[in-house]
Design a protein around this ligand. Structure first.
Ligand code: AMP
Ligand code: FE
Ligand code: FE
Ligand code: ZN
Length: 283
């Protein structure tokens, strides 16, 4: 077995802002030659059953996970949460609350956009999966369907940009509260794309130390949203604080250019995550 290359620990399905169903995502992972794919929908574990079901017989292992939204000083910090107990009452309640906040925030963004562009809330709903986690990508898809922009990327660079005039943040717990919650739910917390603008700006050394003390397990280093200098910085921090380093694609189907397996995680780190998580067992 190779030490690296076939373990991708961050991917989205249509349960959040990916464009493929969980089963389709697993099939795409098999097609891409992956051994392990983590399903990490935003603030939801609703895709797990379908993905785990699809994986049996397909030669791919699904690592059940989630990408928990947290907020600090108006910046989004995403916490990957592997092997949480999906029935943990406080996790269930908090993620339901975050999805609700996301819904209100999307409605208010769409109301504002609707003053300047032909766009209704029904247009956005038409782009979502019932019960799924709503985000700007669904507003982007509605803008594309209406012909206002060419694709999601163009939408994010204009109307949906955080300085585009329509942006609103949504409420979410702090990164510290998020890490504590994931640990309480038996999960393994890893900061997603820490070198991206938001997290890199707000996660000071002192705040990182608080997360480490709360049980932070790793940081996602190999990811296309981490610029090279930030990878070096965060890799040095990982060594200093004894955090594991992961790598992943953050695949969203056709919703982003990211390709399954474009960055991967070592087998040793994957096994350390399996050994640490207690909320769910991987068969
Ligand atoms: P939100 O959490 O609703 O603010 O939306 C952010 C989400 O949009 C992230 O999780 C990304 O997956 C997605 N996203 C960010 N930038 C882009 C982009 N340029 N193209 C497609 N999706 C994007
Ligand atoms: Fe996303
Ligand atoms: Fe993210
Ligand atoms: Zn993601």
């Amino acid at each position: 077995m190779p030490a690296t290359g076939r373990i991708d620990l961050h991917a989205h399905s249509s349960v959040s802002d990916g464009t493929q169903s969980p089963a389709e995502l697993v099939a795409a992972a098999a097609e891409a030659g992956l051994e392990v794919v983590a399903l990490t929908d935003h603030d939801s574990t609703a895709g797990w059953a379908e993905a785990l079901d699809a994986a049996s017989g397909m030669g791919v292992t699904v690592l059940p996970g989630m990408e928990l939204s947290t907020q600090l000083d108006f910046a989004s910090v995403h916490v990957l949460a592997y092997l949480v107990d999906p029935a943990h009452p406080r996790l269930v309640a908090e993620t339901a609350r975050i999805r609700e906040e996301r819904l209100h925030r999307a409605e208010s963004m769409v109301a504002r956009i609707g003053r300047d562009y032909e766009l209704s809330w029904d247009d956005v709903l038409a782009q979502t999966t019932p019960g799924g986690t709503i985000g700007r990508p669904h507003i982007a898809d509605a803008l594309v369907a209406r012909g206002h922009v060419a694709d999601r990327t163009a939408a994010f660079q204009s109307i949906l940009h955080w300085r585009g005039g329509y942006y609103a943040p949504h409420e979410a717990p702090s990164p510290l509260a998020g890490v504590e919650l994931v640990v309480e739910a038996g999960g393994v917390p890893v900061i997603a794309h820490p070198g991206a603008r938001g997290p890199d700006h707000v996660l000071t050394r002192r705040r990182l130390e608080e997360l480490v003390d709360a049980g932070l397990f790793g940081v996602e280093i190999e990811h296309r949203d981490n610029p090279p200098a930030a990878r070096e910085k965060w890799s040095a921090l990982a060594r200093r604080y004894g955090l594991v380093e992961t790598g992943s694609s953050d695949y969203h189907g056709a919703g982003k250019p990211n390709l399954l397996g474009e960055h991967t995680t070592s087998r040793a780190v994957y096994e350390a995550i399996l050994a640490r998580g207690t909320g769910t067992r991987v068969a």
